[in-house]
Design a protein around this ligand. Sequence first.
Ligand code: CTP
Length: 534
Amino acid sequence: MDKFIIKDILSVDSNLSIKECRVIAGNHDVALGVLDENRELYSFVLCDSLDKMIAFGFENKPVSLIALPSKIYSIEAVENSSEHSFFVYDGEEYKLFIRSVISTPYINLLHRYEQILPSSVKNALSLCSKAADEINMPVYLIGGVVRDLIMGKASVDTDISVEENAVEFASFMKKKYGELVDIKEIHEDFKTVKMIFHTGAEDVQIDIASTREETYSYPSALPSVKNIGCSLEADVIRRDFSINAMAVSLNKPTFGDLIDYLGGYEDMKNHCLKILHPLSFIDDPSRILRGLKFSARFDYANDERTEYLERECLESGIFDNLATDRIKLELRQALNLNMADVYDRFLSEGIYRLVSTDFDVSNLPEGKVIFENIEKYGAYLEDREHIWLIYLGVMCASLEKEQILELSKKMNLSGVELKVLLYTNSIVKHEEEISKFETMFEVYEFFECYFNESVAAAVSLFKNNRAREFADVYLNKLQFITINTTGRDLIARNMTPSPLFGEILRDILKEKINGNIKTPEEESIFVDKVLGKR
Ligand code: CTP
């Protein structure tokens, strides 16, 4: 039988501010029931959420920003409910029911573990298990690796958590296993350790975290850590989505047992992304981009509440132009998936506002157009990891140079990343000039100064067919044209090395690109002519 916390309700209008709602709640142990425009009970908010928002300085924002839309059940229908929280009407008044324990089926993932994880990882994990068992320390696989195991995939990273101090656990392992393991990095603030295991054909890195609670001193800050070594249950609630908040026991008696306090397994079955508390996006707005990334990667959709809170958060404008390092990290991962839909949703759902509200959203090409150009010119990119810059370059094309520089400073872009954006911007501003080029060498001379990423981004924006064709011919052909003549050939003609060499070689290239020279012999005749003239 599920257990519930039951709260009385005080009704408030959705346009009231957080501060006004806090005054109404006073010292009563109640939930505030937020009414919709028809004055029907629609969503609820608890006092601790109001207090956190006030501490963040958001006291004047509307309460709807953090209120959770909820269904209404009759008393008789409660046992059919599956939601974490909902209203119950007993014929006279409404109450809020919050499930205190979510009952989940017993699942053991040993079979998946054996089948899916590479043996080098299993060897490393078995050392962790043995060491933890010896000192009676609970140890778990945690987060993405568990999610991937359930999906039947091996993760790139292997994360484990101990219900203790991970730094002490790592030192204990180093003492116990000596040469077999190395501590690569220690993060004292978060009490996490990167450890290398030399237990198989190749070295394996395992990231070991201490269970911990986290608080945010201001929205989107790096969290401050408290209660190192807290219970796993207290640890998982700080995480982003229920699908990333599951653990698998690595201790001998319970090896392979899935620990799923927040219903992640069920959410995976329903292809559903669910945040774990109403302030999740306020604490860390980069989670909106993580949601976009995971939903595209796994073909999942936000659950209703997550969708609602994301929309409220974006529409409130509190994180407009945030563009922090973490936003950059998640934006890069999301756009590097190279899925047209990710870019389209980034724009249509207003997620772009986290990066810049200056993008001229109504004039941007569809993701499909950019995707097709990346497919077409992908082989010519300096680095596939730059794909996100093509999408971002397209969005930045309407900005002024100063705005791009400002964005780059905020997101901490590297020199190359900034150049891709600036170059795209510059190419697009020259579209008309490009369309009027008369020779292929003019086309070549123009585009050779830019990265191919920027040219590919600009093609997606060009409206002029001639400009588009010139960019295409540059990417596919002109950039690869070379000549046979070298400085040595000129020395063989009794010339002394000088800047003239460069000029002659460039002239040969020009003639070749313009189609006036085709063979090495023709190059030689051309050199004869030039030297004769000089
Ligand atoms: N996490 C979080 N909030 C974030 C980032 C991470 O709660 N803003 C938590 C999640 O529990 C996540 C774990 O930290 O599972 C590890 O994060 P990360 O390595 O970024 O993602 P994974 O879930 O491992 O997914 P993947 O590496 O496959 O993208």
